[in-house]
Design a protein around this ligand. Structure first.
Ligand code: KPL
Length: 305
């Protein structure tokens, strides 16, 4: 019998993961922020569209508001935003996932993994970095808007069989999964990708692919990229040319996707700007570097709220 999964967070990524896990036959519970969303999922199922024009796939899921869920000791995929990981949330997560459980954080940005490890002693933390594109189009409805991949890493701190269990589960659900041997580097790499794509798409209100569509937008992306790479290089990130190509590849692979930051702006939610470009500006200041593009991106996105 396959181990059960729980997805914490009913946003686009959470619903995408739950829909694909259920389609692969995995037992999966969704913990939502509101009881209203849990009721909708229980009553009307989860509806996933895999690609433009593809038929909608219906899966039954059991859903419960996360502050009413009983403790759970399987694999917990944590898809809430980095901004949600406050003290009260971490205390509640520790009640929900007893020692021995496995937590898989999918957040953008950096800094959250350390906070999770500290708040959850005795649990295996397997970090997931994803470039999958997903768009929630209703409380129980999601579209897979771009195929990316999922990199998993644990800095050698999780039990090997737990890392394998998470890898197996996500592969079974149809994702391209890679094991990261350099988690720290890969987290900075993902931070760089988000620091370029997310604020530009949010400020200009464009899908990811539209960044590549005009020389002016490309020039904007390149300026943000150069500055951000410079800051992260001071913290050990390498591979400038490959990283610029990687950003273009993500824009192409998720061309029709609205970035998570644009989706947050559209829905009137707090964005992750402080954990992405705000974080880069703080990292720059700590090394006596200037990061005017990142400071400006942070200020502009905050002004959109
Ligand atoms: O991570 C993403 C996000 O939107 O937060 C990308 C990879 C840019 C996909 O949109």
């Amino acid at each position: 019998m396959d181990e059960k999964a729980a997805v914490l967070g009913g946003g686009s990524l959470g619903l995408l993961l739950a829909g694909k896990l259920r389609a692969a036959g995995r037992d999966c519970v969704v913990w939502t922020r509101t009881r209203e969303q849990a009721d909708k999922l229980n009553e009307e199922d989860l509806l996933l569209t895999e690609a433009e024009g593809a038929p909608e796939r219906r899966s039954t899921v059991s859903a419960v508001a996360w502050d009413e869920a009983p403790p759970f000791s399987g694999i917990v995929l944590l898809t809430v935003k980095q901004t949600a990981l406050e003290e009260r949330f971490l205390r509640r997560l520790a009640e929900l996932v007893p020692p021995g459980g496995t937590v898989v954080p999918f957040q953008n940005g950096i800094g959250h993994v350390e906070a999770l490890r500290e708040a959850l002693p005795g649990r295996d933390v397997v970090v997931a970095l994803t470039t999958e594109g997903a768009l929630r189009t209703g409380m129980n409805r999601v579209r897979h808007t771009g195929r990316g991949d999922i990199r998993l890493g644990d800095d050698g701190l999780a039990r090997p069989e737990r890392l394998e269990a998470v890898e197996r589960m996500l592969k079974q659900a149809g994702f391209s999964v890679f094991l990261s041997k350099m988690l720290d580097n890969d987290m900075k790499r993902k931070l760089l990708i988000n620091a370029v794509i997310n604020p530009i798409t949010a400020i200009l209100r464009i899908p990811n692919g539209a960044i590549l569509e005009s020389p002016e937008r490309l020039a904007l992306a390149e300026s943000l990229f150069r500055e951000t790479y410079g800051v992260l290089a001071a913290y050990g990130l390498e591979g400038e040319a490959e990283l610029w190509d990687a950003i273009a590849r993500v824009c192409e692979a998720t061309a029709g996707n609205r970035s998570s930051m644009l989706q947050d702006i559209d829905a009137g939610r707090t964005t992750e700007i402080d954990s992405i470009n705000g974080m880069i500006a703080r990292m720059a200041a700590a090394k006596n570097l200037d990061a005017p593009w990142n400071r400006m991106a942070t200020a502009l996105v905050k002004a959109l709220h």
